[in-house]
Design a protein. Structure first.
Length: 320
């Protein structure tokens, strides 16, 4: 049974002031509790793993390089990106409290898209950093100066916030006067457009075009850097140098495959034809699995990070 909350608008029309996130209501209650436990473990691992990366980069001088500076920025983003959706999903699955106010819903949509856009821009920056390190090693220190790295990180954040602002504007243009049930576990634009009783045809097209341009544009820039890296690797004289560079890039490429694969599946299509059931499943990869894998991809595959982690654990143990 729908739980509708209305208020009287200026034109004496009822307007929805609260939404009901369906989450995974089709699952058995025990299965929902089990899923909530799995997601809780993954979320805690995401937060602690990414926080560990940030801490190691801050305290270990060997990790205070442009590459690890950007990795720590990515880790910071993943903590908040996962938190923007996972906390509410855990509440839905564990307690059944599905309601969310209109303002909170719009805020969640804004932070989700702002952090997501910033993430994509940062991946472009990281691919450029790897290109300079591998293809221009003698000029790397001169090009990737600390001041430039900070500017690039700030630019990624500003770009993400700017690009997501239009989505917030689109949402505030909508009128909701019917059902308040969102067939999703967080407030994404697509299910909100479907609920609106406004004419959303232009909004669908605008949202779809901008998302496609951002996702595919950043993907093309990132792939261009890695194609340049591949070309340089083929011309490296020493096999050991090729192996080391490939090992470094392989973790980045794994991250790219998960990030862009889920984003393309979610947003690069005709949004009006999207299946919410499919959308929810793919969204779990984007909002839960991708941030969860980040610390493993950038630490367990990296000898320098592992060594710094072992030394940090040894120091902490010695102080106990």
């Amino acid at each position: 049974q729908e739980e509708l909350t209305f208020s009287l608008g200026p034109a004496n029309e009822s307007a929805v002031t609260e939404f009901l996130l369906e989450g995974f209501s089709g699952l058995d209650q025990r299965l929902q509790l089990f899923l909530s436990l799995v997601l809780l473990l993954m979320y805690l691992t995401t937060v602690m793993g990414n926080a560990a990366i940030i801490s190691l980069v801050c305290v270990d001088h060997r990790l205070q390089t442009p590459m690890y500076f950007f990795i720590s920025n990515l880790a910071f983003l993943e903590i908040w990106f996962a938190s923007s959706t996972s906390i509410k999903l855990l509440v839905i699955l564990s307690s059944g409290r599905r309601t969310i106010s209109r303002s909170s819903c719009f805020a969640q949509s804004f932070f989700y898209s702002a952090l997501g856009f910033t993430d994509l821009v940062l991946l472009v920056v990281m691919s450029f950093d790897r290109y300079v390190a591998i293809c221009q090693p003698l000029r790397y220190a001169a090009i990737m100066k600390p001041q430039l790295c900070i500017h690039l990180a700030v630019a990624a954040g500003v770009t993400g916030v700017t690009l997501s602002s239009y989505r917030l504007v689109l949402l505030y243009e909508l009128t909701f006067c019917g059902s308040n049930k969102i067939p999703h576990f967080f407030c994404d634009n697509s299910p909100l457009f479907q609920l609106s009783c406004s004419d959303t045809s232009l909004l669908w097209k605008t949202d779809s075009v901008i998302l496609s341009c951002v996702i595919l544009g950043s993907l093309c820039l990132t792939l261009a850097s890695y194609l340049g890296i591949l070309f340089c690797l083929l011309h490296l004289p020493a096999a050991s140098g090729r192996k080391k560079a490939f090992t470094t890039c392989s973790s980045h490429l794994t991250n790219l495959a998960i990030a862009y694969g889920s984003c393309i599946a979610l947003y690069v299509h005709s949004s009006e034809d999207v299946s919410m059931e499919t959308n929810r499943i793919v969204a779990l990869l984007n909002t839960v699995l991708y941030p969860f894998l980040n610390p493993f991809i950038y630490s367990l595959r990296n000898k320098t990070v592992l060594l710094a982690l072992k030394e940090a654990i040894a120091r902490a143990t010695a102080q106990l």
